[in-house]
Design a protein around this ligand. Structure first.
Ligand code: ZN
Length: 320
């Protein structure tokens, strides 16, 4: 629990230090950013957004477990959506196959990431990466794990950001990554990072979306700001235009789960890159057969998608 007074002081301090090369900010475990009380800017086609989630979470894709036929079908759908949005490939194809080695948790398997970009108009050599994993848990003991929130929602939100930047060309080059094999060891993001199609020094930061559609309290978390305090005013500016309650936290693990390595942003953090991870608190359908399209919060999800578009656009305008 944090008083609003302390919050205001902390935000003022964070904004005052923005731009300085700080690696650690003094942050309470969770900070709620101010949110708007009026209607928020709406740029996202919510019908399209919901249809993307419904499609990815449909039984036809069999829960999208890496290496399965359902996962390959889901990948083809993502590839079609990237192509329809006019994303450009690095090399000849949006599909980037990789071999995921065996781990303690999983056998060796073939995976496919889908990577496309929109070239920046002002600083094309500087890149923002927006990522979301499209795989999930598959069919376990005869039960379909549809993974609507985890993480059809993040993929759909990423596609909404791509649609926005297609219509409003970004200043930086924006790279979109639909990662495979997140479940069971962040294997797609590790493979992508191990063979980046551009020098790592060109990558300014990573925005990772994973579970952004299911919360009954209108709350979304942003993890990663203690490692990138200069981003806080940008996130705060976007948050203030939306009614979704934006909370900074799950960073230090004091009294709450530390999410620094909870999803595909982890390997980028380990490589020394700043990241912002957006996700909801765990819910009863988390990694359960109940994580279906019918169980996501549609108005909340549409609001979050609009927030994420705003954050991406604000970061594109504010990052050096
Ligand atoms: Zn996930």
């Amino acid at each position: 629990m944090h008083s609003s007074c302390r919050l205001v002081l902390w935000l003022a301090a964070a904004i005052a230090t923005a731009g300085q090369a700080q690696t650690q900010a003094q942050t309470p475990d969770v900070v709620a950013l101010p949110s708007a009380t009026l209607a928020t800017p709406s740029t996202v086609d919510s019908a399209r957004l919901f249809e993307d989630v419904r499609t990815l979470a449909a039984p036809a894709f069999e829960g999208r477990l890496i290496g399965t036929a359902g996962n390959r079908q889901a990948g083809l759908f993502v590839q079609q959506r990237f192509t329809a949005l006019g994303l450009q490939p690095f090399g000849s194809s949006l599909a980037q196959p990789f071999k995921a080695p065996a781990t303690k948790r999983s056998a060796a398997v073939d995976g496919v990431n889908f990577i496309g970009f929109i070239k920046g108009s002002v600083r094309p050599e500087r890149m923002l990466l927006i990522s979301a994993h499209y795989d999930h848990l598959g069919i376990v003991k005869g039960k379909l794990y549809a993974g609507a929130d985890d993480n059809a929602s993040g993929v759909a939100a990423m596609l909404a950001v791509a649609a926005y930047f297609k219509a409003h060309r970004p200043q930086h080059t924006v790279v979109f990554a639909a990662f495979d094999g997140e479940e069971g060891g962040l294997r797609g993001s590790k493979a992508f990072l191990a063979a980046l199609p551009f020098p790592q020094a060109q990558l300014a930061l990573v925005l990772n979306f994973d579970m952004v559609s299911h919360n009954d309290r209108n709350e979304i978390y942003v993890t990663g700001t203690p490692h990138a305090p200069a981003l806080v005013p940008l996130v705060a500016a976007a948050a203030a235009r939306h009614t979704v309650q934006v909370k900074l936290g799950h960073d230090v693990g004091k009294g709450e789960e530390n999410w620094t390595h909870a999803s595909d942003h982890g390997p980028f953090h380990d490589a020394g890159l700043p990241f912002l991870y957006f996700g909801v608190e765990d819910h009863p359908d988390y990694h359960q057969p109940g994580d279906t399209f019918a169980h996501i919060n549609q108005p909340f999800f549409a609001a979050v998608a609009n927030l994420l578009v705003d954050v991406a656009a604000t970061v594109d305008g504010g990052v050096k």
